[in-house]
Write a protein that binds this ligand. Structure first.
Ligand SMILES: Nc1ncnc2c1ncn2[C@@H]1O[C@H](COP(=O)(O)OP(=O)(O)OP(=O)(O)O)[C@@H](O)[C@H]1O
Length: 325
């Protein structure tokens, strides 16, 4: 039995349309399945929590096979709901606008091909995930996620603090994103918002502690740090070309102490992973990182933004999820 969870709103409605096409395969092959359409923020997490709740009196219960149709944000909601990772097998069919997870997993472009391969069941792998912990109680909450914010949050692609998260926060609330997505110009939203956020970014200092280091990496003029499980974020920015989603460590792209116009020059080079030619952009690896900033900044996990924080801990949990591919 497959449980299929569809975010009908992903990529401004493409999720629902894609499921209509894919369901034919289940019907033709008479494969037992149940489908759930997500109804809004947090619904996917609730559904997954119910499906994967531990069965105290039946420890040998069958594995749960979930197939997710959505973007990186939907996968993020899935992770928050899983209570017993050992029982769950995840299949992923990207229908989002950024699809950074699918990009690094090198999934085929054709959703039918992905689904057929999942059902064949020949290719499986495990994958690291990240865990964000707000060291202080989370501060100001995002306009789209004003409900109570838990102290921790998993991520499958990346987390980030500062400029990159501020861009996500504004884009999530942007009415123009949907319109431009429908015109195939979704990336333009991010470009315009990125310019606006860069101009508005205030001077912030920050300290980054890698693993057990007592001395931090200090930046007087901090812009952002991306903590990556995978190579790409933001719809194809190859912030950490060396990231390996099965190596048990986070790859960090740390950006600061550089003039804003230089960042503007550097960002396009990040599409090709060449931004480290700018000496102020640094790459580090660690399995656990603590970052403190002189003022609260937006934090994202997989592009979803919930709250600001001035102190976060990010860790990598090795080989935590099992994928059907
Ligand atoms: N029925 C729904 N209507 C509106 N929003 C929804 C619905 N179901 C889920 N959501 C919201 O959709 C967001 C996740 O979207 P998702 O990331 O999957 O697609 P996307 O934004 O198009 O893609 P990407 O993250 O790859 O850019 C989450 O914020 C989630 O709460």
């Amino acid at each position: 039995m497959y449980y299929v969870i569809v975010n009908p709103a992903s990529k401004s409605g493409r999720g629902r349309q894609m499921w209509t096409e894919l369901e034919e395969i289940f019907k033709e092959k008479e494969i037992s399945h149940k489908v759930v359409f997500s109804k809004g923020i947090g619904h996917v997490t609730q559904v997954v929590a119910k499906l994967t709740a531990p069965l105290a009196d039946n420890p040998d219960a069958e594995p749960i096979k979930l197939i997710i149709l959505g973007g990186d944000g939907t996968m993020n909601e899935v992770l928050q709901g899983i209570s017993d990772f050992d029982r769950v097998w995840l299949g992923y069919i990207p229908t989002g606008s950024s699809n950074d997870l699918a990009r690094d997993l090198q999934l085929p472009k054709d959703p039918l091909e992905i689904l057929s391969s999942i059902i064949e069941g020949k290719v499986t792998r495990t994958m690291d995930i990240g865990l964000l912990t707000y060291d202080n109680p989370p501060g100001e909450t995002s306009r789209l996620h004003a409900q109570e914010i838990p102290d921790t949050r998993y991520f499958s692609v990346s987390s980030g603090i500062g400029f990159d998260a501020a861009v996500c926060e504004e884009a999530l609330a942007s009415r123009f994103k949907n319109i431009l997505n429908k015109l195939g110009l979704g990336k333009l939203t991010y470009l315009v918002i990125a310019l606006k956020q860069l101009i508005a970014a205030r001077s912030v200092s920050c300290d980054i502690y890698l693993d057990d280091a007592e001395e931090p990496i200090h930046l007087d003029r901090f812009l952002f740090t991306a903590f990556m499980i995978h190579k790409y974020e933001g719809g194809g920015f190859k912030f950490c070309p060396a990231a390996d989603s099965a190596d048990g460590v986070l790859d960090l792209c740390v950006v600061g102490n550089l003039p804003k116009p230089v960042l503007l020059l550097a960002l396009p080079t990040a599409f090709f992973g060449k931004h480290y030619i700018f000496s102020q952009i640094k790459h580090y690896t660690a399995s656990k990182v603590r970052l403190t900033a002189s003022m609260p900044l937006w934090v994202h996990t997989d592009g979803e933004v919930y709250a600001k924080s001035d102190s976060i801990i990010i860790s990598c949990i090795s080989q935590k999820i099992k994928l059907m591919m």
